[in-house]
Design a protein. Structure first.
Length: 338
């Protein structure tokens, strides 16, 4: 199948500001060479936010011809800005290539990606801003250029690596310095404010087991005394050599990883019920290893979902909302294995 070019196939339906008028363009060709790739100059889509005092604001910008970032801010949490890479080339089990961005409704941005490993399938990701959260849901579609009667679907499709970067968040990054958040002085501060829910309830990551990572040399400063980048698994998952060398011996009770702001007033947390692991990594980012669900459903009926929350620093209130949004998530720990 001939690869699509971004020029010919990116569908944006973007919000463009021309003078004082707003126009919705059905198709806007975008050229990586013509558009700057920095977030403040390369914006290609802006969510329609009817109430910025209530809903997070979202926009999409090009990092490269094949990679988009979705950026968001929360009105009630100052100093927090996320840049979601859709998608990173490494870490996932499939590599999606951007073919389109659209704004189909209020508080929503949708990205469409082809999948290198599975030509003929389109990976569709919907970002929806809610009060205090951004919900992300993905599903698969057949490429409209493929005859559905001739399509041969794979039995399984892997997951893409979605990176939630927070290094521009002045109230969350180490040292409060987005320019140098990953220095010897600043990055441990970020680790010390990242947390999981374990048997001890809220557990900050600097107090948990941190083996060295093989991502850098053993004597690298990012391995002193333990790895700066760390993976975690749930109590329902069996520890062992099948995991990364930098997988902590401490396991979580909920597939949730978060961070408290530098001033202690706010928190943000990333949740994915189907996650096989969570990761606190550099560069000041959070990850999940999401899986398609239900596993026994037809391929085109499966979805994966994750959600970023931002709120006052109230872990109990966070748990109430997470359990409401992800029914049964607290029951995962009942399948504990040793």
């Amino acid at each position: 199948m001939k690869p699509r070019s971004l020029e010919n196939s990116i569908q944006t339906n973007v919000l463009c500001i021309i003078a004082l008028a707003l126009f919705i363009l059905p198709v806007l060709p975008c050229y990586a060479a013509a558009l700057p790739t920095m977030h403040d100059k390369g914006v290609i889509a802006v969510s329609i936010n009817p109430d910025p005092d209530v809903y997070p604001s979202l926009n999409a910008w090009l990092h490269s011809r094949k990679v988009a970032f979705i950026t968001g801010t929360f009105p009630e949490v100052p100093g927090l800005i996320f840049d979601v890479c859709a998608y990173e080339a490494g870490g996932g089990s499939i590599i999606p290539d951007l073919i389109g961005v659209s704004v189909p409704g209020d508080n929503t941005i949708v990205t469409r990606h082809s999948i290198r490993e599975n030509p003929g399938l389109i990976h569709v990701t919907t970002f929806t801003a809610e009060p205090g959260a951004v919900d992300v849901v993905a599903h698969l579609e057949l490429d409209p250029e493929i005859d559905p009667d001739k399509a041969v679907l794979p039995k399984e499709v892997g997951y893409p690596n979605m990176c939630w970067a927070l290094q521009r968040s002045t109230n969350f990054v180490g040292g409060g310095d987005p320019i140098n958040p990953e220095t010897v002085e600043n990055y441990p501060d970020w680790i010390s404010r990242c947390f999981l829910f374990t048997d001890k309830k809220v557990s900050f990551l600097d107090k948990l087991d941190r083996p060295k990572t093989n991502e850098v040399p053993e004597d690298d400063f990012r391995n002193m005394p333990g790895g700066w980048s760390m993976h975690y698994i749930g109590v329902w998952q069996k520890p062992g050599p099948q995991w990364w060398p930098n997988t902590s011996a401490d396991r979580y009770n909920l597939p949730l990883v978060g961070a408290v702001s530098r001033d202690g007033k706010y928190l943000t947390a990333l949740v994915c019920k189907s996650s096989t692991y969570v990761a606190q990594a550099w560069h000041t980012c959070l990850h999940h290893g999401q899986q398609w669900e239900p596993a026994d459903a037809p391929l085109l009926e499966r979805t994966w979902r994750m959600k970023l929350y931002a709120m006052e620093n109230n872990p109990d209130a966070l748990l109430v909302r997470v359990k409401k949004d992800f029914p049964g998530i607290e029951k995962l720990q009942e399948k504990r294995v040793e």
